[in-house]
Design a protein around this ligand. Structure first.
Ligand code: 3PG
Length: 416
């Protein structure tokens, strides 16, 4: 017989093996609890321990205990053996590393900050099919950022109005029309009608501009229904789908990824609800980890914030984007999406902060242009052209009227 107690999960001299999943947590132990005691409880509960000491026959037990192997101030490092995890199952992995431990009494707060994914686990996931290559494989963006817009108001527009706004935006220089996160299949704008009308508008805009355009149609739904919507997008000749990955859940995202591969469709991940996990800097799951999960599960684009230049709370957008495009055991990179309160007057700063391998998405910043959607789309495209040429926006605006009007309205302000 062997005994399993909390102490068995703490070894500050332990060096994680290359096959292990190594997670970094920020922990505030509960009153009266030492950091060592809290760390060992986290490693225990997230692997194979519990609150009571156990007595198990060694012959009947695979040793799957995690090891709390580092404590540096509030930062605790835990190493998990690969055999603890079911290959290719994101729900199972998260039930370990972001499961019961987030609610334990032993900690006042705990945040999963970062994961170092070993090949043994990353290799069980498909990763993106396209990633940044959509800019050239599916669109004609070349080296510049891909431009997207979402019609506003986000819900309530009729199908005709939605498609018309999309057509104006595409004609003005936008690459991708995007649905908003809460537009799916409502009576005022049914999914199948919107898909057909918007793609017909896309075809006309392609014909007129000579540029490839596409539509990020929101297929978010219960999983079976969502897969049917993916099939419908392929039947109608769309090249992308959009999924609200957090509200759908990662198992559903994995199913969509598989179905999208059958059709060669790229996945645009909207992260609505992410802030329930990542907004507090002392508790939850960081956006960095959410982005890592999304890459493993195989989305091609994901929203990662605007480096403080839009309407959303500031976050480590450059660091997250760097991870999404760094090497991860051969998985393709993800194309990050900057979205939320952007407009032409901040595009130069955005590119300075995040580079050109991004999607710049602006809703209000296109449709709120004083001269309407078409002019707004032109202004956004002009601001990108100016930034790519290294020309000051004000100077470029001297002979680009739409940009001049946008700058007059918004300047370089960051909205709230
Ligand atoms: C999104 O999907 O990110 C938002 O709807 C962006 O809208 P905005 O550009 O008007 O802030």
């Amino acid at each position: 017989m062997t005994g399993i107690e909390y102490d068995d999960f703490l070894d500050l001299g332990y060096e994680p093996a290359a096959t292990e999943l190594v997670c970094e947590f920020t922990i505030e132990p509960a009153d009266g609890m030492s950091m060592e005691a809290a760390a060992s409880r986290v490693a225990s509960e997230s692997s194979n321990g519990t609150w009571a000491a156990l007595h198990v026959d060694e012959d009947e037990l695979t040793d799957l205990g995690a090891v709390a192997c580092g404590i540096d101030g509030p930062t605790v490092t835990v190493a998990y053996p690969a055999a603890l995890f079911e290959a290719g199952s994101m729900p199972q992995i998260l039930s370990c590393i972001a499961g019961n431990i987030l609610g334990m009494k032993a900690v006042d707060s705990i945040r999963l900050e970062d994961c170092d994914w070993p090949e043994s686990i990353a290799g069980g996931f498909p990763g993106p099919q396209f990633g940044p290559s959509v800019a050239r494989e599916k669109l004609d963006a070349g080296e510049r950022p891909v431009l997207a817009t979402v019609p506003k108001p986000k819900v309530g527009l009729s199908t005709d109005a939605h498609a018309r706004i999309g057509e104006e935006a595409w004609r003005g220089g936008i690459d991708l029309l995007k649905d908003d996160e809460n537009l799916t299949d409502q009576a005022f704008n049914p999914f199948a009608d919107r898909l057909a009308e918007s793609l017909a508008a896309r075809d006309r805009a392609q014909e007129e501009t000579g540029e490839r355009k596409d539509y990020l149609v929101n297929v978010t739904a219960e999983t079976t229904e969502m897969l049917e919507r993916v099939d419908l997008v392929a039947e109608h000749g769309g090249g992308f789908v959009m999924v609200d990955v957090i509200t759908c859940g990662w198992a559903a995202v994995q199913s969509v990824r598989e179905r999208c591969e059958d059709h060669g469709l790229a996945i645009h991940a909207h992260r609505a609800m992410h802030a329930a996990f990542d907004r507090l800097d002392y508790h939850g799951v960081s956006m960095r980890v959410i982005a890592q999960i999304a890459r493993l599960c195989g989305v091609d684009h994901i929203h990662t914030g605007t480096a403080g230049l839009g309407k959303l709370a500031n976050e480590d957008t450059p660091g997250i984007n760097a991870w999404l495009t760094s090497d991860c055991h051969g998985l393709r990179p993800v194309l990050p999406v900057a979205s939320g309160g952007l407009h032409p007057g901040v595009v130069d700063q955005l590119i300075d902060a995040l580079g050109t391998d991004i999607i710049v998405q602006a809703g209000g910043g296109v449709h709120g242009h004083p001269d309407g959607t078409h002019a707004g789309a032109k202004a956004l495209r002009q601001s990108v052209e100016a930034s790519m040429a290294g020309t000051d926006l004000e100077t470029y605006a001297d002979d680009h009227a739409e940009l001049a009007t946008a700058l007059e309205k918004w300047g370089a302000e960051t909205p709230r």
